[in-house]
Design a protein. Structure first.
Lengths: 169, 193
């Protein structure tokens, strides 16, 4: 599994560039053009990251987070769920940029290969910002009756988080 | 966020006085800012790399190849749209972009698909079956290469940033399957009424 994970990305990069060559595309020019967008995206993320890191850093250092974790900790420990990921799971469906900053903060504080670090990364990538997606899609056609589209969307979110908790030991 | 953010900061301030942690709180303000600067510097490299690769995918036939591969699955997911060529086209672009993690291509295609589905919708103020499936699949969004997470992990010094891919696949698949099953059951119940 480790070897498989290691080969995926180099393989994808090679295949993509090879396909581009087959079609006589200027792959290097295309690559550079796309890479510019990476800078834009990071710049766009920067203010949110500052805002969330500030708030979460203050929350953690005020002692409040430990206080709450201690109260809920025993119950969650029984379920084998680390208390630290609960805020992330709650904010994930509501705000994409906030949950990204929160996950980054967790990975930075607990380490990339720890259970919490891996869980944070998985939860962040495993679903989209549910409420935001529903809002813009419904707004596009000015639909008023959602016919409970929220139910399958939320169930999907919950299932993917539970699965992550189960497979990452 | 405009309510949550100030509340978090005000509560933190009040509690740090209550717990006597004001010194730690003060330090955390400066720490947070320099943490973000450091993180962003390493992040920007990885983001550029993946945006570059995605651009090549977008401009080559890889995109249309993937769309062809997905046809049978899409026909099953959206039985009402099978014969609506324009809607199907937008839905395919949306699905493939989601799979590849090209968010800025997925959303416009998804919104266009909504408009084309609306043309055939009988009750204009209500979501049709296909629209519900489209929205649910866009909220779960299976990603083959979770580029942002990999970039963040490598920026934070992970020895093997892409190790996370398989767990992400498993959990996003489980969520998506659950979403599809619940949607199908929900829509079938409606039909019987």
């Amino acid at each position: 599994m480790l070897y498989f994970s290691a080969i995926i990305l180099p393989l994808i990069i090679t295949i993509v560039i090879f396909c581009g060559l087959l079609e006589n595309k200027k792959v290097y020019d295309l690559f550079c053009e796309g890479a510019k967008e990476g800078i834009k995206m990071t710049v766009k993320m920067f203010p949110t990251l500052i805002g969330i890191f500030l708030a979460i850093g203050m929350l953690r250092n005020s002692g409040l987070l430990d206080f709450i974790s201690n109260i809920m900790g025993n119950f969650l420990k029984y379920l084998n769920v680390p208390a630290e990921i609960i805020p992330l799971a709650l904010i994930k469906p509501i705000s994409g940029s906030a949950s990204m900053a929160l996950a980054t903060d967790l990975i930075a504080k607990f380490g990339t290969e720890t259970r919490i670090g891996l869980l944070a990364a998985t939860i962040m990538a495993a679903s989209e910002t549910t409420f935001y997606v529903i809002a813009i899609y419904m707004n596009q056609i000015k639909a008023k009756k959602s016919r409970n589209v929220i139910i399958p969307a939320i169930i999907a979110d919950i299932v993917s988080i539970i699965t992550a908790i189960c497979i990452i030991k | 966020m405009n309510y949550l953010w100030p509340v978090l900061i005000i509560i933190s301030f009040l509690f740090s006085i209550f717990f006597g942690n004001i010194q730690a709180l003060n330090n955390s303000v400066f720490e947070s800012v320099s943490d973000v600067v450091q993180l962003s510097l390493t992040l920007v490299g990885n983001m550029c790399l993946w945006c570059g690769i995605m651009k090549i995918i977008k401009e080559t036939k890889i995109m249309s190849f993937l769309m062809k591969m997905l046809r049978p699955i899409l026909n099953w997911l959206y039985p009402e749209v099978k014969d609506n060529k324009n809607a199907m086209e937008s839905i395919s672009i949306n699905t493939v972009s989601n799979l590849l993690g090209i968010g800025n291509a997925a959303t416009p295609a998804g919104l266009k698909a909504m408009e084309e589905l609306q043309n055939e919708n009988i009750k204009k103020d209500e979501l049709s079956n296909s629209m519900i499936m489209l929205i649910v699949l866009n909220t779960t969004s299976i990603q083959l290469i979770p580029t942002t997470v990999i970039a963040i992990r490598s920026a934070l010094g992970s020895p093997n940033p892409s190790n996370i891919i398989v767990p992400i696949w498993i959990s996003t698949m489980a969520g998506t399957l659950a979403g599809i099953i619940v949607t199908k059951i929900m829509l079938r119940k409606r039909k019987n009424h």
